[in-house]
Design a protein around this ligand. Structure first.
Ligand code: GTP
Ligand code: MG
Length: 391
């Protein structure tokens, strides 16, 4: 297989891997920025929520810089997210009114900029379920805010934090929904496990639901960003990554409508590179050159034992009498599509394994890591064959 690849002029894997890292870095740099206002009284659990949903422990490291009297903007280099953390909700009506004005001004400034990177995309209004009650001022605040927000219609999600008791949370949710506020939904969450006793621990829950509900309220331009940032829903990442594989597969098919000579198949590389970079960005994992080279060599293999290896053998080598020269073979759209899907699915399997901690990105550069990945990959492909699909 290594021979096969090296027989294709212009196909330099080392260069493709470097290109992939460049495209990935560009992608992260140019990703649309997600901007969220997180409102609610002190101690409700805003920081805990932010750190539990998004990568990089944002609320701990970046204390944020004050942007208005009652709002700090939390950002971190390389993370396409801004959190507007509010203060002062507990200080009474005047302060609450000011917070409202400041949020509305920030929303308005975003709209006027006509730049998706400056717009406020969502508001999380946090209410502590454990506090046992909803203050009438909070309902009034939400109603007033809804009126002023009618034109701008930034989605507002009520987050019922510290919902140790699901029963109580459901009660609170019903009371809120009965108010007919202009909100997307009220979502009970327990952001971090809650230890009642050494042997009684309530597991965190609801974070994936919050991410799903927000995702439905966001435009398509922010979906990759959201997946890059969130750390609570692996299935959502996989789903989004599979969409990227479908897009790349369609592109590869299009590139080979007129079968291209194998000698020219390096023209397919940018599509594959873009797909790998997009999947990596969706998983929010940092890739290194050694990791990617590890992936390519274990996915394609040198002996044709892997899925992609087999696909290449059956589609290229078997067509070549004597297998002496491969340069004359043509790549059909079916072959190009199948290889792209296989590469994409293999890469999603790899990212999932890294995500689950079954393999570390450093591991991949080692022989042991490659063996582990091959085993994982084989298991996965067997499962997919049983299901009759390559998912
Ligand atoms: N176990 C557990 N503790 C939580 C949860 N949410 C908040 N807490 C605790 O409640 C306290 C306040 O949480 P924070 O996240 O700091 O609240 P905040 O809204 O950011 O507070 P301010 O920054 O002061 O406005 C901390 O001691 C948290 O550990 C949760 O989901 N589970
Ligand atoms: Mg905080």
């Amino acid at each position: 297989m290594a021979d096969l690849l090296s027989n294709i002029p212009g196909l330099d894997l080392n260069k493709a891997v470097e290109e992939c890292i460049r495209v990935f870095n560009d992608k992260i740099k140019n990703m649309n920025r997600l901007n969220i206002v997180v409102a609610g009284k002190t101690g409700v659990g805003k920081s805990t929520l932010i750190n539990s949903i998004f990568r990089e422990n944002l609320a701990e490291t970046g204390m944020g810089k004050p942007v208005t009297a009652h709002m700090r903007k939390i950002t971190k280099e390389g993370v396409p997210l801004s959190i507007y953390d509010t203060r002062g909700f507990e200080l009474g009506k005047d302060a609450q009114k000011q917070v409202k004005e400041e949020i509305l001004e920030t929303v308005k400034a975003g709209v006027e900029s006509k730049d998706i990177n400056n717009a406020v995309h969502c508001i999380w209004y946090c209410i502590n379920t454990a506090s046992n009650r909803i203050e009438p001022e909070e309902i009034e605040w939400l109603r007033d805010f809804g009126k002023s927000n009618r034109q701008t219609s930034v989605p507002v999600i009520i987050v019922l934090t510290q919902s140790f008791s699901k029963k109580k949370a459901e009660e609170m949710k019903r009371i809120i929904l009965d108010e007919n506020l202009d909100i997307v939904q009220a979502v009970p969450v327990l952001a971090a496990d809650y230890e009642i006793d050494d042997d009684i621990i309530i597991k965190s829950y609801g974070l994936d639901t919050l991410v799903k509900i927000m995702s439905e309220a966001l435009p398509d331009e922010l979906q990759d960003t959201l997946q890059n940032l969130q750390i609570v829903d692996l299935e959502a990442k996989k789903y989004r990554a599979q969409a990227a594989v479908a897009t790349a597969t369609a592109a590869a098919i299009g590139e080979c409508i007129i079968p291209i000579p194998l000698a020219d198949c390096a023209v397919l590389i940018p599509t594959q590179v873009a797909m790998i970079a997009t999947i990596t960005a969706i998983f929010g994992i940092n890739i290194s050159k050694s990791m990617l080279i590890g992936f390519v060599s274990s996915a394609i293999g040198t002996s044709g034992t892997t899925f992609i290896g087999k696909a290449m053998f059956s589609n290229f080598l078997k067509l070549i009498p004597g297998a002496g020269s491969v340069a004359g073979t043509a790549v059909s759209s079916a072959t190009a599509g199948m290889l792209t899907t296989a590469l994409g699915e293999a890469y999603i399997a790899l990212m999932t394994a890294v995500w689950n901690g079954e393999i570390s990105s450093d591991d991949l550069a080692t022989e042991k890591g490659r063996e582990k990945f091959k085993a994982l990959f084989k298991k996965r492909m067997k499962l997919s064959n049983k299901n009759g699909k390559t998912k």
